[in-house]
Design a protein around this ligand. Structure first.
Ligand code: LLP
Length: 384
């Protein structure tokens, strides 16, 4: 065993594979429950981070709800035993069959992102003789100070109802009989490490609540979305993110109406540090100016470095020889199939096992079969 990995067991498994530390997941869930519980907050796990059935089951067993963005995610959650009344359904482009699935199952709420979508939900609910519970997803125009691809709360982003259109959408509710406004939903982006962004979100939400109050409108719940970032550079230093500081910000800055409920949708902060991608070195290739460690995993198994230039810590878990510099690449026929340039690794040999850390969120779920590659298996610390 080197570090946190059962390396002798790993040697018997076909690489690449995902390895999940289910003890860390359980401890993370415990902490989220106790910190959110201090204020009576409700947590819906953002399924988009990882929809692996075993992971979903552990999260459901801990009493969490689910935040879904597709009919497929709703089905995955129902299969894992989540009660429908703990499922919220967001997304800018909900297809009719997906809305119908949510209506048939009586999910907790549809997080609606446009006037056009609200009209369609009303129509589909009417056809079933139902009234759909709706939370309006509002684009709060708050900068999350994160990567452009995962910023969602700015005017130019496709998400949510723009502030300037809110009044007209609220007017629309008065004319629609088969939708009921139950909440307001916000999500400003992902991998947010500057917590002051969440304070700015609270300030904006307070303003919006104030303007709705003037219309004598009070919703039952406010959903602040997800977005809490993790430390990709030091995965073991604070393996469980600072949920205490995170929830405390909302408790301090959000002005709630009596009996108003508060919801959150964390994904990455729950899952990322619980998973690693384990791969094997196929070749060490000496280039003219570089040395490459060529792995049997590629961006097909973890696309974040290629897609967002994201940093993931890479470790040679097979030996402790002196450190050398490598570009760590995969076998996919694209130059972007690179996990890291000039990475310091203990001297690498063919057959060494390499761990790419913090891959529990947006790893397995974003895997593809490009180049006709097989989707890898997952293994768990409690059953290995
Ligand atoms: N709620 C909504 C409405 C969202 O759009 C998202 C993420 C979440 C919650 C969960 O956010 P989290 O707590 O995980 O930050 N593939 C990208 C991340 C995309 C996030 C999209 N929305 C990545 O690998 O960084």
């Amino acid at each position: 065993m080197k570090g946190i990995f059962p390396i002798e067991k790993f040697k018997t498994l076909q690489t690449p594979f995902y390895y999940y530390n289910t003890d860390l997941l359980r401890s993370t869930l415990e902490l989220v429950k106790s910190e959110a519980g201090k204020y009576g907050y409700h947590v819906h796990y953002a399924v988009k981070a990882n929809a692996n059935q075993k992971i979903l089951t552990i999260i459901r067993e801990n009493g969490f709800g689910a935040d879904c963005v597709s009919g497929g995610e709703i089905k995955a959650c129902l299969e894992a035993g989540f009660p429908a009344n703990k499922i919220v359904f967001a997304g800018v482009g909900k297809a009719d069959w997906e809305i119908n699935l949510g209506l048939d199952r009586d999910i907790f709420s549809f997080n609606v992102e446009s006037a056009a979508e609200l009209a369609v939900i009303n129509e589909l609910a009417e056809a079933k003789g139902k009234v759909a519970s709706v939370a309006l997803r509002i684009n709060p125009e708050v900068d999350a100070n994160t990567h452009a691809y995962i910023t969602t709360g700015l005017k130019e982003n496709k998400f949510g109802i723009n502030l300037c259109q809110l009044e007209s959408v609220l007017d629309l509710f008065a004319t629609l009989k088969n939708v009921k406004l139950v909440g307001l939903h916000f999500h400003i982006g992902s991998q947010i490490t500057d917590l002051s962004s969440f304070q700015s979100l609270c300030t904006r939400v307070n303003e919006i609540q104030e303007s709705m109050y003037k219309r004598q409108m009070i919703v039952e719940h406010i959903n602040f979305g997800g977005g809490l970032g993790i430390d990709y550079h030091n995965p073991d230093r604070q393996a469980i993110p600072d949920f205490q500081a995170y929830f405390a910000i909302f408790n301090k800055h959000a002005k709630l109406r009596p009996s108003q409920q508060v919801h959150f949708e964390p994904g990455r902060s729950i899952m990322a540090q619980c998973g690693s991608l384990i791969s094997q070195v196929l070749y060490v290739k000496e280039g003219s100016s570089k040395r490459f460690a060529i792995l049997d995993a590629g961006f097909t198994e973890l696309i974040r470095p290629a897609l967002y230039q994201a940093y993931h810590q890479i470790e040679n878990i097979s030996n402790d020889e002196a450190v050398e510099m490598y570009d760590v690449v995969g076998p996919v026929c694209e130059s972007s199939d690179c996990f890291g340039k000039e990475v310091e690794l203990n001297k690498v040999h063919r057959g060494d096992l390499i761990a790419i850390r913090s891959a529990g969120a947006y790893g397995e779920i974003m895997a593809s079969q490009y180049n006709c590659r097989q989707l890898p298996k997952a293994y768990y610390s409690d059953t290995l």
